[in-house]
Design a protein around this ligand. Structure first.
Ligand code: SF4
Length: 80
């Protein structure tokens, strides 16, 4: 089983994650990207999850329905 990179303290939103009982491995291998994104699409904590990845500079895996490559592309982009 894959360990989350840069593990930090538990945050309350994680208790409501759609992936709570899913093997985290699928969020960290290209082989399962589509399955992981389908789970994220149903998740009520997408924004908190994406913020978590951004705040902790996590450079691997899918968080908030966004791949690591997409997060890297969005770095420095400002909206509004
Ligand atoms: S957005 Fe995806 S990776 Fe993040 S908590 Fe929800 S299901 Fe898990």
């Amino acid at each position: 089983m894959t360990e989350l990179p840069n593990p930090t303290t538990h945050e309350s939103w994680m208790d409501d994650a759609a992936c709570l009982y899913t093997d985290p491995e699928i969020f960290f291998t290209d082989l399962h990207t589509n399955n992981a994104l389908k789970i994220c699409a149903t998740c009520d904590t997408k924004i908190a999850c994406l913020n978590y990845a951004t705040r902790n500079n996590i450079t691997e895996g899918i968080f908030g329905g966004v791949t690591a490559e997409q997060r890297e592309e969005q770095k420095g982009v400002r909206y509004g």
